[in-house]
Every structure is written in structure tokens, then in C-alpha cells.
Design a protein around this ligand. Structure first.
Ligand code: CP
Ligand code: NVA
Length: 310
């Protein structure tokens, strides 16, 4: 069975720990792991725009001794409607793994269903699991671990980041609280799955409409844009309801004094986060952005080792 990484709970708690521990080794020994030497090619396909994901996969695949093949879907037949499964069948005879940023989760599930090489989710409308691996690595670096820590996510509770924090945070044994408007709550099935995982790791998950309650005593405060890719047409609607959930200095005063701030970026200063917070001393967002590199290299290495040995 080919192992894929389509959502955060595709890694068990033990497996997530293995990937993050390998990522920590890669931080200090950047060029010491060459599982793609040969070199093998890894396809990285974008249906949506990207800065960090594109850069970190391209650099990371090269660091691992491989060749990154960055594909803009709009310039490929996939963008003209060639079936996803046919694309997978063409790719998996030539590349070692497929990384894809797309819209609906069912699309990447279809790719994985037809691919004999690992498929990695580089963001869908529902999840952003590579980002959460980087975030958890950042928490490890700043806090010495993840288990038992409180992570408060403020903003759009129904988006990919909220869902991935719930699943990935629960897997890491964290207490994840999503603070969002009632009309932008997490998907009930994902919340329930995260609660199930948390029950096995000593973590917990919760949703509240009260931003201050969410932030109270938090070790990690995270946020994301109020307008995700593909939602630009409703940008105006997606402003007023979120204002109480902005990560401001006032909100940060409710978190622990040594709390760190995460944002997957790109950030909109003055909207979901105050400039004084993202550019202030508690911000760990540049470490977080760098950690995309290390976390994804570890994930790729881990998945490739699994697939070759099974
Ligand atoms: N955080 C993140 O995924 O950034 P990009 O959209 O720039 O890849
Ligand atoms: N929720 C955002 C994350 C960007 C990295 C989006 O989907 O656009």
C-alpha cells in the first residue's frame, strides 16, 4: 500500500513524532540526507498561487539530492480538464512523489487513488497539513515540545488551517481551541475526528465564539487570512464578522506572557493580525516559514522510505 499524506491524521501520533524528529535533525544537518539522490524527480503541481510552498518544496527536493519539477496546472493538460487519474498514471511512472496544491479534497484523494507513488497535500480547501508539520516543528523549537500545550487559533474556523490545527494539534497532544464566529465554525466531522485523536494523546479540542476565552492562557496563538484562496469574491462579507477575532496586542495580553505567535503567511496586517504582533517579539512566523523546508524534507524522506521498504 502506497502511503500518502492527504490530511493531518494520515500520520499517527508515533509517525508524526518520527517525521518531526527527523525534521529537527535536518535543521542542524541540512545536506546530510539524500534519499532522492540518483536523482529522482518529484512533481510539485500548483492549481493555486504560492510563494512558501513552491520555494520550500523546490529547495527541499534539491537538498535531498532530487530534481523538483514545478508544474503550473494552468499550463498543463490537467488545467484543461484531463482526468486527474490519467495525470497520476502518467506521473507515477516517472517521478518519485507527487505534491499537489488544489481546491477540493476529493481531487487529491482521486490523485492518490490512482498513484503508485506518494501523493502529498500542499494545501486544499479543507486541509494544509504540510503547514501544520512546520508549525509543530516551530513549537518544538520554541517550547521544547508540544504535548500539553494550549494552541489557540483565531479567525476563520471553517478553513484549511483551522481543520489542520485541529487534527495535527490533537495528534501532537496539544489542547487546540478554535475561536471563530458561529457562522464560520469547523466542520463537525473534523472536530469529532480530532476529539477522537485527542482522547488517545492526552490533548483536547474545542470551539468557542469567545475570542478572549480561546486566547486565555495559550502557549501558542495562531491565525490566518480571513479570505482564503478561491474566496476572493466574498472578501467584503468576510471582514466584519472576523474583527473580534483579530490577533491584537490586547488579545495577546490574555495568552501566556511567553506565548508565541504563528501565521502561515501571507499575512494581512491590520486585518487578522496587528503589525505590532506579527512584527513583535512574540512572533515566530519567520522560523515557521523556514520550517516548511525542514518539515517537508522529513516528510518526503519518511514517506519514500516507507514506500520502498513495503
Ligand atoms: N503558507 C503557505 O502555504 O504559503 P504559500 O501560499 O505562499 O505557499
Ligand atoms: N487559508 C489560506 C492559507 C494560505 C496559505 C488559503 O487557503 O488561502
Amino acid at each position: 500500500m502506497t502511503r500518502h499524506f492527504l490530511r493531518d491524521d494520515d500520520l499517527s501520533p508515533v509517525e508524526q513524532d518520527e517525521v518531526l524528529t527527523l525534521a529537527q535533525q535536518m535543521v542542524t544537518d541540512r545536506f546530510g540526507h539524500q534519499p532522492l539522490a540518483g536523482p529522482q524527480t518529484v512533481a510539485v503541481i500548483f492549481d493555486k498561487t504560492s510563494t512558501r510552498t513552491r520555494i520550500s518544496f523546490a529547495v527541499g527536493i534539491a537538498d535531498l539530492g532530487g530534481v523538483p519539477l514545478i508544474i503550473d496546472a494552468q499550463t498543463s493538460q490537467l488545467g484543461r480538464g484531463e482526468p486527474i487519474a490519467d495525470t497520476a498514471r502518467v506521473l507515477d511512472r516517472q517521478v518519485g512523489a507527487i505534491v499537489w496544491r488544489t481546491s477540493g479534497q476529493t481531487r487529491i484523494e482521486e490523485m492518490a487513488g490512482a498513484s503508485r507513488v506518494p501523493v502529498i497535500n500542499a494545501l486544499t480547501d479543507e486541509f494544509h497539513p504540510c503547514q501544520i508539520l512546520a508549525d509543530l516543528l516551530t513549537v518544538r523549537q520554541h517550547k521544547g515540545g508540544t504535548a500539553g500545550l494550549k494552541l489557540a487559533y483565531l479567525g476563520d474556523g471553517a478553513n484549511n488551517m483551522a481543520h489542520s490545527y485541529l487534527l495535527g494539534g490533537a495528534t501532537a497532544g496539544m489542547h487546540v481551541v478554535v475561536g471563530s464566529p458561529e457562522t464560520y465554525q469547523p466542520d463537525a466531522a473534523i472536530l469529532a475526528k480530532a476529539a477522537e485523536i485527542a482522547a488517545t494523546t492526552g490533548g483536547s479540542v474545542a470551539w468557542t465564539a469567545d475570542a478572549l476565552e480561546a486566547a486565555a492562557g495559550a502557549d501558542v496563538v495562531a491565525t490566518d487570512t480571513w479570505v482564503s484562496m478561491g474566496q476572493e469574491f466574498e472578501a467584503e462579507l468576510r471582514e466584519a464578522p472576523f474583527v473580534p477575532y483579530a490577533v491584537t496586542e490586547q488579545l495577546m495580553s490574555k495568552a501566556k506572557d511567553d506565548a508565541i505567535v504563528l501565521h502561515c503567511l501571507p499575512a494581512y496586517r491590520g486585518k487578522e493580525i496587528e503589525a505590532a504582533v506579527i512584527d513583535g517579539p512574540q512572533s515566530a512566523v519567520w522560523d515557521e516559514a523556514e520550517n516548511r523546508l525542514h518539515a517537508q524534507k522529513a516528510l518526503l524522506s519518511w514517506l519514500l522510505a516507507r514506500n520502498f521498504s513495503s
